[in-house]
Design a protein around this ligand. Structure first.
Ligand code: AP5
Ligand code: MG
Length: 221
């Protein structure tokens, strides 16, 4: 495996597994840009753009946004990054078509990290999750609360509950994950790029597991 200085990492896992939380930590530690397709959609929905209006009807119901919309948006975003810095893609690809589109571009990943956590634990985490509509920071009222009541530590905005963290949408998101995204894990396993990380335990315990995986791969390089 040859990383050079450009790590291209994909984070996959069920809703609430901690992809976003761990991707943000990894991004900070290694200086690699973090792209969350879910976060891009939330920003576009908040700003009521054309893309946001198209995506909203799927996102609020917990359904996947159609491939043609997500693929174009993600490739454009990757093209806008500094090519020397690599990327951490959080929540993309979620279908085989999305994975193939990445492999047919110049952005094929080096490694794919599956963060696995059982469904009950994910549901528990999602019910107390909050996010900042302005800067996208993620909190948890039980496990990772902001310092001041419900105010974002980073930008001072009032944090909110995601619309798709309501029970019915959460159920739909798990269903989509099992049917459409699980085959993506097999796709990367067949390429020898899949690494599984246990997502249970505290945020820092999970982070240590991911960091030691990255360090061991960098040593092999
Ligand atoms: P997206 O935003 O990606 O949602 P998701 O996959 O459902 O994942 P989540 O963001 O809910 O969970 P996470 O794994 O990031 O967990 P987090 O770190 O927040 O996508 C949203 C929607 O956008 C999709 O449903 C779809 O409609 C659309 N979309 C996006 N990408 C798409 C694509 N490629 N194709 C089509 N449609 C797409 O952690 C969860 C909570 O737990 C937080 O509160 C956190 O603080 C807490 N926590 C994290 N780790 C721990 C820990 N170790 N212990 C205790 N608490 C923890
Ligand atoms: Mg997330």
């Amino acid at each position: 495996m040859s990383f050079g200085d450009k790590l291209k990492i994909i984070m996959l896992g069920p809703p609430g597994a901690g992809k976003g939380t761990q991707a943000a930590l990894l991004s900070e530690k290694y200086g690699i840009p973090h792209i969350s397709t879910g976060q891009i959609f939330r920003e576009q929905i908040e700003a009521k753009t054309g893309l946001g209006l198209k995506a909203k009807k799927y996102v609020v119901k917990g359904e996947l946004v159609p491939d043609e919309i997500v693929i174009e948006m993600t490739i454009k975003k990757l093209e806008s990054l500094d090519p020397n810095k690599g990327y951490i893609l959080d929540g993309y690809p979620r279908t085989i078509n999305q994975a193939k589109a990445l492999d047919n571009s110049k952005f094929s990943p080096d490694i794919v990290i599956e963060v696995y956590v059982d469904e009950d634990e994910c549901v528990k985490r999602l019910s107390s999750r909050r996010y900042c509509p302005k800067c996208g920071a993620t909190y948890n009222l039980i496990f990772n609360p902001p310092k001041n009541d419900e105010i974002c530590d980073i930008c001072g905005s009032k944090i909110k509950q995601r619309e798709d963290d309501k029970e019915e949408a959460v159920r739909a998101r798990f269903k989509e994950y099992h049917i459409k995204t699980k085959p993506v894990l097999d796709y990367y396993k067949a390429q020898g790029k899949l690494y599984r990380i246990d997502g249970k335990g505290s945020i820092s315990e999970v982070s240590k597991r991911i960091n030691s995986l990255i360090e061991s791969l960098l040593k092999k390089d």
